[in-house]
Design a protein around this ligand. Sequence first.
Ligand code: A2P
Length: 288
Amino acid sequence: MTEMIPVPNSQNNSNPAIKVVPALPDAQTVTQVKHYTDRLFSFRCTRPASMRFRSGEFVMIGLMGDPHPETSKVKPLLRAYSIASPNWDEELEFYSIKVQDGPLTSRLQHIEVGQEIILRPKPVGTLVHDALLPGKRLWLFATGTGFAPFASLLREPQTYEDYEEIIITHTCREIGELTYGHDLIKGLEMDELLNEVIGDGFWKKIKYYPTTTREPSQIIGRITDLLRSGQAFTDLGVPVLSPESDRAMICGNMAFNLELKAMLEGYGLVEGANSNPQHYVVEKAFLD
Ligand code: A2P
């Protein structure tokens, strides 16, 4: 079911010949594309009318693959992508890496407004509020495109209802790779609708901590090292994480996820799940 198929009514029921058939199964239409660096881009697309999700979840999206050399059959080429838009948004947003020889992103990076992507409307994921116990401070730890689910959660009213303080750390190789997150957080200040719905100045609960590892910036180094040395806590003016007050979500490359997970366990935090809410959660969807 997609928005490309007209909602049945007496008119088109009586005349099935007028049905619009999308070119792709589960097709959604791209409405906006933004390129940030030669490695990063974001895009927006239509949202299936019936699709519900919790901010922080992911879906499978993609394109049709190349025809099989012998049978000429084509199969969908799908990858897990965090939804970067909040659940109240009428469109969907995604933030993606461009891998030049990656089966999907080598092609997806050339997508243009008006073209179709495949979107399987079955959202799942662990980076959701339901998987965490109540707490005072929420830490969102991202590297690279791991910022995506947090772009959703930072625009989700519940985030500000549930926590007194939200710390978002984002470690990237270069400054240009911070633009998407930086612009999104700056945009919250000016977002009249969100300030009205969530409360004027809600964004003051956010502490943004961007760091770079391969180009000098205001804060240099991996967040893991900055936590270990204590510099991150000093800079942010907060105590070391504790299971009493802190909750955390982790989303980045595999090595980062594993290293930070071990560090959080070291602070005494316990991993949670939808069925067993605890102190922290880790993204379970991985992109190649
Ligand atoms: P570094 O430049 O030191 O590898 P990538 O683009 O390769 O996914 O990396 C995104 C960011 O995540 C980079 O700044 C990278 O730092 C950092 N990073 C990679 N592995 C880890 C890790 N185990 N712990 C913390 N940061 C990491």
